[in-house]
Design a binder for this molecule. Structure first.
Ligand code: NI
Length: 167
């Protein structure tokens, strides 16, 4: 397959609750590979199943945890979450947030500062992850997508500057 079309604002699929993944098979691997390709092409940070028209509990995120900020070029790493669950949260941060399904609608969203989540990888192996900052925000944002909740439901207000540059 390859690139998938990103579902846009107004499509009712973005408001639907997703079902758990039950088969950790080649079809799932293909979906995840396609989602990576689509995310890179869109220059995004995270992407959830419903955003490519798949109502299953799956999302991916860029993994910047081990990235060297000074390196000129490096391969992007990704995290894959299947049937994820946020098991604990800590703190609160209100910050600029965007979504590939709502281009130009970037809002101020309050999220936990830290989260602990568990999920399965593409082979069906469970893992637990502690995340903070951007990754914690992404895990919350993408988990919302699996419940049919989007930035439109969460944003306290939207920025006028669509690039999200604050004064
Ligand atoms: Ni989103």
């Amino acid at each position: 397959m390859g690139l998938r079309t990103i579902v846009q604002d107004g499509d009712p699929i973005l408001t639907k609750k997703c079902r758990p993944v039950t088969n950790f098979d080649d079809k799932l691997a293909q979906l995840l590979d396609d989602m990576r390709e689509t995310l890179v092409e869109a220059n995004g940070y995270g992407l959830a199943g419903p955003q490519v028209g798949i109502l299953r509990r799956v999302f991916i995120s860029v993994d910047e945890r081990d990235m060297d900020e000074n390196a000129e070029e490096q391969e992007l790493k990704f995290l894959e979450f299947i049937n994820p669950e946020i098991i604990s949260t800590e703190g609160e941060v209100t910050q600029y947030e965007g979504c590939l399904s709502f281009p130009g609608r970037n809002g101020a969203v309050t999220r936990p500062e830290k989260v602990v989540a568990r999920a399965f990888d593409r082979h069906g192996n469970p893992f637990t992850i502690e995340a903070e900052g951007m990754l914690a925000r992404c895990i919350c944002h993408e988990s919302d997508h699996l419940e049919g909740i989007t930035i439109v439901d969460r944003a306290e207000y939207f920025y006028e500057d669509t690039d999200g540059e604050e004064e």
